[in-house]
Design a protein around this ligand. Structure first.
Ligand SMILES: Nc1nc2c(ncn2[C@@H]2O[C@H](COP(=O)(O)OP(=O)(O)OP(=O)(O)O)[C@@H](O)[C@H]2O)c(=O)[nH]1
Ligand SMILES: [Mg+2]
Length: 59
């Protein structure tokens, strides 16, 4: 997978905040602190786009 220009759009908490575009969506689910953010950073080859922490939910 080649990701060219990743950027953080929004942390949406309600329907009306969802971005209005036609891009494909990916669902990533996992327990807190299991490595979801680290996985995202690895996939897009960035160190800190998704914030990681050694403590659960402390991003
Ligand atoms: N040993 C090991 N540690 C990992 C791995 N992936 C992530 N970690 C570590 O696990 C901790 C939590 O990783 P995060 O990516 O912040 O986890 P998260 O699922 O996004 O956590 P929340 O956002 O709190 O739900 C960090 O200290 C990471 O460095 C892995 O594959 N192996
Ligand atoms: Mg996270």
């Amino acid at each position: 997978m080649i990701v060219k220009n990743p950027k953080f759009e929004i942390s949406a908490v309600s329907l009306k905040q969802y971005p209005k575009n036609n891009l494909p969506e990916i669902v990533l689910v996992g327990k807190s602190n299991v490595g979801k953010s680290s996985f995202i950073n690895t996939m897009i080859n960035r160190k800190k786009l998704a914030r990681t922490s050694s403590e659960p939910r402390k991003n």
